[in-house]
Design a binder for this molecule. Structure first.
Ligand code: NAI
Ligand code: MG
Length: 329
């Protein structure tokens, strides 16, 4: 099988090379093809994600993506590579599992899956200036995208604890989230074995801290899913350990939830676990279930042996953490 590797910027480079070492240690006969994207690539070539990268992603069975840097202000010609990839490949479902880890820093008995709509909402890219002092962002919600994301959420719930919470803000966003809510509730009728609840996003933000153990699958729109998944990662150790997958009908891109972490980039101290667990999600997607289980086991045992990077309160480097995972596969 062919795996596309896009390290990107900052710690993306460090954590993706760690995840690749873990994959290589499994001796699975995977071919790796490297592709460029990111802000550094943009500064060199004027292109944040060249067409050759998109073609490589499409020609591979799956892709492992690190992270890229996106400036806070508009830079002519720059577009966020991960948003471009999600759009070009129609990777409509962003799966963000949050599971307790066997260490002091993690809360216990958490096993939830945030299913985030990945193609529209506030990230539809429809921002404009009405005049110098008024800026408008349009929030796009369609029945089609809501229906397919809901279906993914319920299908996952069937294989899990059979509970879905639909998260929205329909009390205020009556048209957009009204449509999202109603569409999800309609899909719920196709899954009578799944217990369906709904919750407003602000209440959900509180409940995630208060009783995260009570949730199984959470399905929500793009921006809410982005925010809630960073929040949820804090329950199990933070952004350094959180994996994700961007899934489409025919292709998938796996990436740690975190960004390029410029504050720690280049120091060799980034936590590679988010990237390594993203690689495990990729193996599962490729139906290499035993290999995926070995990777997860390697991470668990390394943590149980108190191998901790700085973000988790330890002193291990990226390299030491990676070696520990490989030694425990
Ligand atoms: P960030 O996720 O890069 O960092 C937030 C905090 O978490 C920082 O203190 C960082 O040191 C820490 N952190 C992140 N990953 C870590 C790891 N593997 N090990 C240990 N600590 C880790 O988010 P931030 O600072 O808001 O954004 C930095 C850049 O990343 C921005 O340019 C942003 O646009 C980009 N970004 C890219 C994403 C992507 O490519 N998918 C996702 C999120 C942000
Ligand atoms: Mg995010």
């Amino acid at each position: 099988m062919r795996i596309c590797i896009i390290p990107g910027d900052g710690v993306g480079q460090e954590v993706i090379s760690a995840a690749r070492r873990v994959l290589e240690a499994l001796n699975l006969n995977l071919d790796f093809v490297r592709a460029d994207a990111g802000f550094v690539h943009f500064q060199k070539t004027g292109d944040a994600i060249p067409n050759t990268t998109l073609e490589t992603v499409m020609s591979c069975d799956a892709t492992l993506f690190g992270a890229t840097s996106s400036p806070m202000t508009r830079v002519e010609g720059y577009r966020s590579p991960i948003l471009a990839l999600r759009k070009a490949l129609d990777l409509y479902a962003n799966l963000r599992p949050v599971q307790s880890l066997p260490a002091q820093f993690s809360r216990e008995n958490i096993d939830l899956l945030i299913v985030r709509e990945n193609t529209e909402g506030m990230y539809a890219g429809r921002e404009r200036a009405e005049n110098d002092e008024t800026m408008i962002a349009e929030r796009v919600i369609t029945k089609r995208a809501s229906e397919r994301i809901a279906r993914i959420a319920f299908q996952h719930a069937l294989r899990r604890r059979k509970r879905v919470t639909i998260v929205h803000k329909a009390n205020v966003l009556k048209l957009t989230d009204g449509l999202f809510r109603e569409t999800c509730l309609n899909v719920a009728r196709e899954f009578p074995d799944v217990e369906t609840k709904e919750m407003l996003v602000d209440a959900m933000a509180m409940r995630l801290i208060q009783d995260p153990q009570n949730f199984d699958v959470i399905v929500t729109t793009n921006l809410f899913g982005d925010i809630l998944s960073d929040e949820a990662s804090a329950l199990i150790g933070g952004l350094g350990v959180a994996p994700s997958g961007n899934i489409g009908a025919t292709n998938a891109v796996f990436e740690p939830v975190h960004g390029s972490a410029p504050d720690i980039a280049g120091k060799g101290i980034a936590n590679p676990i988010g990237a390594i667990l993203s690689a495990a999600m990729m193996l599962e997607y490729l139906e290499l279930k035993d290999a995926a289980a070995r990777v997860r086991g390697g991470v668990k045992r390394a943590l149980e042996r108190n191998m901790l990077t700085r973000d988790l309160g330890g002193r291990a480097t990226t390299d030491e953490m990676t070696r520990a995972v490989i030694a425990n596969l």
